[in-house]
Write a new protein. Structure first.
Length: 341
């Protein structure tokens, strides 16, 4: 049975300028870059469409000004899109009333931002319980839930601390706990770890992956760091000038970047730890029986075997089904693009 998307975005546009709806109408709802330039409008999101499936982590990345944060704010209707539709579990957010939107955000969506957004005069416990307080949850119930979330993110014992008494990583954990307190189905994270130093950032990435194994949320995560996107995401979407220029699993994106812009993002990526055998195998060539490697294996896991073989090695799926073959030459080409052997 085909899995239905949790989030469906169709032809999302976010245009800034005087009368953006009229601007869109003048150009048949499909303005071109020259139209924006000629009339002084900004196309922060341009005809963006994609689906996110239950339990998936979709990473959205791009340079500053590429439109990634604008896109997420349009999806959540924190800033209404100029055109397009957003469906969550089949319900069109564009048709939701302000009251319905508030209820959706309170019950279905969790949000974590770069600046933590903690209330300085409230304790950790009070900060985490705050969205439940806004919802009108009784005090005993909301504090019980807040303590559960504090325990989940590893801050048990710091319930009475104030934000100023916590490290940056601990403050971000409070922000994460607060966003989870309402039990959201969907989690939006806008560069949540970018303000942290590298060691704490790595620790928070580990924490994020641990939580996702437990909670299995549907997640849209914004970052400007490809290494972070490849480590955390099931798929990566790269934006440029408001457009989604490529959407693919990390291994596919590294092995087959759509253009030079994407290629530059992936240039410093640890290719051997990201690219899978299945993404580079020749599916039209079945190697003879015998030794085989798994399609989901990373290149560094099978490099010695493949590079030492003078003939192609069979590639098999998780159920043992033959998928094709991988050769010494294709391995070298994937690890060292632009070089020949």
């Amino acid at each position: 049975m085909q899995v239905k998307p949790k989030i469906s975005c169709r032809s999302i546009w976010k245009v800034f300028g005087a009368g953006p709806a009229e601007f869109m109408a003048r150009h048949g709802n499909n303005p071109q870059p020259a139209d924006f330039k000629a009339e002084g409008y900004i196309g922060a999101a341009r005809n963006v469409s994609f689906d996110v499936y239950p339990g998936e982590i979709l990473m959205i990345m791009g340079l500053s000004g590429s439109g990634k944060s604008t896109l997420v704010r349009a999806i959540t209707r924190l800033n209404d899109p100029t055109a397009g539709s957003v469906l969550i579990d089949g319900v069109d957010l564009m048709q939701a009333s302000p009251k319905e939107l508030v209820e959706l955000r309170r019950h279905k969506m969790g949000m974590v931002f770069q600046n933590f957004g903690l209330l300085p005069h409230r304790t950790v416990l009070s900060n985490v319980a705050f969205p439940l307080e806004v919802r009108g949850t009784p005090k005993d119930e909301r504090e019980k839930r807040a303590r559960e979330m504090i325990r989940l993110v590893g801050l048990e014992g710091r319930e009475a601390y104030f934000p100023r008494e916590l490290s940056g990583g601990q403050q971000q954990r409070v922000g994460i706990a607060r966003s989870l307190a309402v039990g959201p189905d969907i989690w939006f994270l806008d560069e949540p770890f970018s303000a942290l130093d590298p060691l704490i950032r790595r620790e928070m990435q580990d924490e994020f992956l641990r939580l996702q194994k437990i909670l299995k949320k549907t997640i849209i995560f914004i970052t400007h760091d490809f290494a972070e996107a490849a480590r955390l995401g099931d798929r990566i979407g790269i934006m440029k000038d408001g457009e989604l220029v490529q959407l693919a699993p990390p291994a596919e994106m590294v092995a087959n970047p759509a253009n030079d812009y994407v290629r530059e993002f992936t240039r410093e990526a640890p290719r051997d730890q990201i690219i899978t055998v299945g993404s580079i195998c020749d599916r039209d060539d079945a190697a003879p029986g015998g030794e085989a490697v798994a399609a989901d294996a990373k290149l560094h896991e099978v490099a010695s075997k493949v590079l030492s073989s003078q003939s192609p090695i069979a590639v098999v799926g998780s159920d043992g089904t033959p998928l094709g073959s991988v050769s010494r030459q294709s391995m070298i080409a994937a690890l060292y693009p632009g070089r020949t052997q």
